[in-house]
Write a protein that binds this ligand. Structure first.
Ligand SMILES: [Fe+2]
Ligand SMILES: [Fe+2]
Length: 282
C-alpha cells in the first residue's frame, strides 16, 4: 500500500508531540526586537532544567570561553539571542523523541549521531565560508533528517520495510522511501518544521537538503547542510540509515565556490568538534 496522499501524511504529523512551551516562548522573544537579554533570562531561569543545560553547554569545551560562565544573563550576552534559542531548541528536540523501547532507542541514537555530525559539519563549513549565521546552520544540520526519526516512531511498519529494502537493494534510504511511501524524510521534516513554526529558512533547508537548488533564497545554506551530510557520512559519524555516501549535487557544489583542498582541514575540525559535543550531549 502506498500512502501517496499528502493529506494522510499531514494527518499523521498531527499526532506528533509539540515543542515545550518555554522553548516556543523563547523563539517568540528572539523574534521580538523589543525583548532584552534580561527578559529572555527570566524565561529561561523559570525552567531549572533548561538553565542547568544552558550553563553546562556554554561552559563546555565546544565554546571554549576562558572563564566560567555562571549566570544565564552572561551566557545570553556572550552567545547572543539566536545561539541561545538554537541551543535550547536542540536539547528540547532530543528530549521530545526520547523513547524507552531499547531497540528503537539504539537505532535512534545512531541517527542522532549522524545528525550531530551533520550539525557540526554545517557549522565548520559555515565558518570556513565566513557565513554570518553558523549557529543556525548547526540547528539545520541537527534537524535535517528529523523526518527519519518521525518515520521510525510514527510509521514503524513502513519504516521497517524501508530499512529492509535499503539492505536488500543496496540503495539510498531516500530512494526506498520514495518507492515505498511515495514521499521521503525531507517532505516529512518540512511538515514538522512548519508545524513547529520554525523560521522559513530552517523549513527550506530541511525540505531541500537533498536538492539544495530548490531552496529558494536559501540555496547556500541548503548546499552547506547537503555537503555536511556527505562529509559526516564519509567520517562515519553515526548512520544516515544506509551505507552509501550520496552523490554531491553538482549545482550545490558550484554554488559554494570551494576547492576540494578545503575538505581535509574541514574534516579534521569536524572530528575534533564532534568528539567535544558528543561528550556533552550524551
Ligand atoms: Fe537526508
Ligand atoms: Fe542525513
Amino acid at each position: 500500500m502506498k500512502a501517496t496522499d499528502p493529506a494522510k501524511v499531514i494527518a499523521r504529523i498531527d499526532d506528533l508531540p509539540t515543542l515545550p512551551r518555554t522553548v516556543l516562548r523563547i523563539t517568540e522573544m528572539v523574534n521580538d526586537p523589543k525583548s532584552s537579554a534580561k527578559d529572555l533570562a527570566r524565561v529561561i531561569t523559570d525552567d531549572q532544567v533548561l538553565t542547568a543545560r544552558l550553563l553546562k553547554l556554554v561552559n563546555s569545551s565546544f565554546y571554549g570561553f576562558p572563564q566560567r560562565i555562571s549566570t544565564v544573563t552572561a551566557a545570553i550576552v556572550l552567545l547572543g539571542f539566536d545561539a541561545i534559542r538554537n541551543l535550547l531548541l536542540t536539547t528540547s528536540v532530543f528530549d521530545l523523541f526520547a523513547v524507552r523501547n531499547k531497540k528503537i532507542k539504539l537505532a535512534q541514537e545512531t541517527y542522532w549521531d549522524h545528525s550531530l555530525g551533520c550539525a557540526v559539519g554545517a557549522k565548520v563549513i559555515g565558518s570556513y565560508l565566513r557565513h554570518d549565521k553558523i549557529e543556525e546552520l548547526f540547528v539545520a544540520g541537527l534537524l535535517h533528517d528529523i523526518g527519519k526519526i518521525v518515520e521510525m516512531m510514527f510509521l514503524p511498519r513502513e519504516f521497517s520495510r524501508i530499512v529492509s529494502r535499503v539492505k536488500e537493494d543496496k540503495i539510498l534510504m531516500i530512494t526506498a522511501e520514495n518507492d515505498i511511501l511515495g514521499y521521503n524524510h525531507a517532505d516529512i521534516g518540512k511538515l514538522l518544521a512548519q508545524k513547529w513554526n520554525l523560521p522559513v529558512k530552517l523549513v527550506e533547508i530541511i525540505a531541500c537538503h537533498h536538492q539544495p537548488e530548490l531552496a529558494g533564497g536559501f540555496t547556500t545554506e541548503a548546499a552547506i547542510v547537503h555537503l555536511a551530510d556527505i562529509l559526516c557520512r564519509a567520517l562515519e559519524m553515526g548512520s544516515g540509515g544506509d551505507d552509501k555516501i550520496p552523490p554531491l549535487n553538482p549545482q550545490a557544489w558550484q554554488s559554494l565556490k570551494m576547492s576540494t583542498q578545503a575538505f581535509e582541514p574541514i574534516m579534521d575540525t569536524m572530528s575534533r568538534e564532534y568528539l567535544d559535543i558528543s561528550a556533552f550531549i550524551a
